[in-house]
Write a protein that binds this ligand. Structure first.
Ligand code: ADP
Ligand code: MG
Length: 295
């Protein structure tokens, strides 16, 4: 490829809303046959809102929201922002948190009103020897079947409630998946979220059920990309989160959502300026066209 043609491609990319790190990036794009899509913030808007809260027996709903909201207030995660905002709207000013800790891909922990509070995946509670009582487990499963993300809340060693949040699939994601398929790429969904939620998003956008990797920890996202590469595939990854940065760097081509975190943008080869997955298909098309004119 001549430098000039690649420069022209780079300029055309900017017009389409694709920021390219360097002209050589376009050459890597050509061989891509698999595109791994992060769910939250990539296929979906990532702007979650609090839906319902279920308090365990003997727990005031307001207390549940106050304590969970206070810890989540210290986190930047989309789930956390939804819980903190919803809790403040419904239960009033949130108390302060001390000894806050974010546990990547699992949830958060902190001390509020002298209670040691955990908010996150059921797995996070399990790691602390805490099980969800049947009523809360049922509420969680029902919410997930409806496509919502449910987080568990515990304090002082006991499960105290479940809070559900909803995200929306971006209106252009299904068309984007269809375009990627038309380009001959196999779409894969990758998420730390629950399997039931992941499957429902996959169905909504047309990703096959056997191409869904759910409940994947942030450090394991890289392993999924490596495994696909070991099968002989050339992998593009699209993501937005801090959690996606390593996978974006490992993929043959990393595409960061411009609405995403700085870590993702730094790790990617391309940035999609608009929050629209169809631009990922534009990027692949552009590079193929650019390289075709060179030959
Ligand atoms: P994704 O891969 O979809 O971007 P993450 O790996 O960031 O998701 O998170 C995976 C799951 O961990 C979330 O769906 C949520 O259940 C839980 N989780 C992560 N961070 C938090 C948090 N701050 N509060 C509650 N739950 C969280
Ligand atoms: Mg994400």
């Amino acid at each position: 490829a001549t430098p000039t043609a690649l420069m022209v491609g780079t300029g055309r990319g900017a017009q389409l809303g694709i920021l390219i790190k360097g002209p050589e990036v376009l050459e890597n794009t050509r061989r891509v046959d698999t595109v791994v899509l992060d769910k939250t913030g990539t296929v979906t808007t990532g702007r979650m809102t609090l839906q319902d809260s279920y308090a365990a027996e003997g727990v005031e709903e307001k207390t549940l929201l106050r304590l969970a909201g206070a810890v989540e207030h210290a986190s930047e995660h989309p789930v956390a922002r939804a819980v903190a905002k919803g809790a403040a709207d419904r239960a009033g000013t949130l108390p302060a948190v001390t000894r806050f800790a974010a546990l990547a891909g699992l949830g958060v922990r902190g001390v509020v009103d002298r209670h040691d509070v955990l908010v996150g995946r059921e797995r996070l509670l399990a790691e602390h020897g805490i099980a969800l009582p049947p009523a809360l487990a049922a509420a969680k499963t029902a919410a997930e079947a409806a496509g919502r993300t449910a987080v568990a809340v515990a304090w002082d060693g006991e499960a105290r409630g479940v809070i559900t949040v909803a995200d929306a699939v971006r209106p252009t994601s299904a068309q984007a998946v269809a375009e990627l398929r038309a380009l001959g790429l196999t779409p894969v969904l990758l998420t730390g979220d629950n399997r039931i939620v992941a499957d429902s998003v996959a169905r909504a956008v047309g990703i096959a059920e056997d191409a869904v990797y759910a409940e994947v920890l942030p450090q394991e996202k890289v392993d999924v990309v490596r495994r696909l590469q070991a099968e002989g595939r050339t992998v593009a990854m699209v993501g937005d989160g801090v959690n996606d940065a390593a996978a974006l760097a490992t993929a043959d081509l990393g595409l960061a959502m411009g609405t995403g975190t700085d870590a993702a943008i730094e790790a990617g080869d391309l940035t999609l300026v608009r929050a629209d997955l169809r631009v990922a298909a534009d990027a692949i098309r552009l590079s193929r066209r650019t390289l075709a004119t060179i030959k």
